[in-house]
Write a protein that binds this ligand. Structure first.
Ligand code: SAH
Ligand code: SF4
Ligand code: F3S
Length: 438
């Protein structure tokens, strides 16, 4: 089936569904911008689209299943409208590649994690020849994408900027290095140029993205390290706030920690995944630090800036995790008192080291541990939020609140969401708000 295109300038409609982490969100935004140059406009209703792009995640088995059920649901639509182009991108696309075209006859394009910039060429070929294609090599270079950000998808107050791709850490549970390739940093001047162009589009806050931002710039001669990049970005005029994610505890440097004290634009919040409170499990995960080392880091961070918020990721039921190991994770939560926590049941992933480890934990045990962990964290989060009541804090107003009504929503420097009544012209402003209820 070929795409009918009567006139070169006629707008075509794209629908994008994004799963997974911020890096996928960023890639989806870039795709929309790239296709904007090809006369594509975004539609909210997938049934009206000429191109449907599903950007997938495969970090846990459930994420992979979600990707396939999302794809599966398009079967009838494609049968009724053969001219529709169905594309699968992201980490599931990278994981299976061409194989997907065999397994899913209604799928037209498979776009790997390094191939977003290839989509116009893939579409052009599809239109002429009707060839279904998979592009999953790791040949991507940052320079492949258009410079700067011409017209962000939606006018936003806060935007993501990817500063590096891939990961070389090989934590034993993790599939990311296999589907995102080896670590590569984006040249600092490109990052800064992109931040500048976002400011021109009205953005006030940027979040710098990478699987492990602490190792930014390593390996490129003459390049700055991550602290140096932060200093450069902080000089961009008109930028109110800088955030970054994710940091790996094993190489969180003193210089980077000092940025929290030295750079007023840097928000006092760090996402520092700990994964487990047990040294035995941390070792089996190949995380490269101990519980003590982690606790020391948190103390040093708080010494640098006492109001710094710390959030984290935790995995329960990693192979070999005993009740005692798990209790060490619970105790770590009590000790650190995270401001927020994402927690997951361990999930076996293809090509990872942990898949081959013995001591797999039963599903019910994992579930029970997850519930205990989450109940404990919920109490801590609530207590920490309650401690904010009566305080006035600066909120960057992002837009209408999800809770509806005439409420607006924004975030505190520590990344807490605040809902409040106010006039829509406050969007994009940083204003003091009195917290009345947690
Ligand atoms: N690069 C980031 C995030 C990676 S994925 C980092 O290093 O922290 C996000 C989170 O998913 C991880 O921090 C981990 O907690 C979780 N995760 C990754 N693989 C997993 C698996 N196989 N099972 C369960 N959780 C997993
Ligand atoms: Fe996965 Fe570890 Fe890399 Fe994070 S640092 S992406 S958890 S391998
Ligand atoms: Fe998922 Fe890929 Fe991100 S596996 S967490 S979308 S890097």
């Amino acid at each position: 089936p070929r795409v009918s295109r009567s006139s070169k300038n006629e707008a075509r409609r794209i629908f994008v569904r994004t799963f997974g982490c911020q890096m996928n969100r960023y890639d989806s935004e870039r795709l929309v911008e790239i296709l904007g140059g090809e006369h594509f406009v975004v539609v909210e209703d997938y049934r009206r689209a000429d191109l449907i792009f599903i950007n997938t995640c495969t970090v846990r088995d459930k994420a992979e299943q979600k990707a396939f059920s999302s794809l599966g649901r398009l079967k009838t639509l494609k049968r009724n409208r053969p001219e529709l182009v169905v594309a699968l991108g992201g980490c599931v696309a990278q994981q299976y590649g061409e194989e997907l075209l065999v397994r899913w006859p209604h799928l037209d394009l498979v776009v790997g994690t390094h191939s977003i910039s290839k989509v116009p060429a893939m579409l052009a070929r599809y239109e002429v020849t009707g060839d279904r294609q998979a592009w999953v090599d790791f040949s991507y270079d940052f320079g492949d994408e258009p410079d700067g950000r011409v017209q962000p998808w939606k006018p936003e107050v806060s935007a993501y900027v990817t500063i590096m791709r891939g990961c070389d850490n090989f934590c034993t549970y993790c599939i990311v290095p296999m589907v995102r390739g080896s670590e590569r940093s984006r040249p600092s001047r490109e990052v800064i140029r992109e931040v500048e162009s976002l400011i021109e589009c009205g953005v006030r806050e940027v979040t710098l993205l990478g699987q492990n931002v602490n190792s930014y710039g390593q390996g490129a001669s003459g390049e700055v390290n991550f602290a140096g990049l932060l200093q450069g970005v902080a000089q961009v005029e008109g930028l109110l706030r800088i955030r970054f994610t994710t940091s790996h505890p094993k190489d969180l440097s003193p210089t980077l920690m000092r940025c929290f004290a030295d750079l007023p634009q840097l928000c006092p919040h760090i996402h520092l995944p700990v994964q487990s409170g047990s040294d035995y499990i941390l070792h089996r995960m190949n995380r490269g630090y101990t519980r003590d080392h982690y606790l020391r880091l948190v103390k040093e961070l708080r010494g640098m800036r006492e109001d710094v918020a710390v959030s984290s990721d935790m995995i329960v039921g990693f192979p070999g995790e005993t009740e005692e190991d798990f209790e060490l994770s619970l105790r770590l939560l009590e000790e650190v008192r995270f401001d927020g926590l994402f927690s997951f049941k361990y999930s076996d992933r293809p090509q990872t080291g942990a898949r081959l480890l013995n001591g797999k934990v039963e599903e019910e045990v994992k579930l029970e541990r997850l519930q205990r962990l989450q109940a404990l964290q919920e109490r801590i989060t609530l207590e920490k939020n309650e401690a904010q009541v009566g305080q006035t804090t600066l909120v960057l107003v992002e837009g209408p609140s999800q809770i509806g009504g005439s409420q607006l929503s924004g975030r505190t420097p520590q990344n807490r969401v605040v809902n409040f009544k106010g006039s829509p012209h406050l969007v994009g402003e940083e204003i003091p708000i009195l917290i009345t209820v947690a």
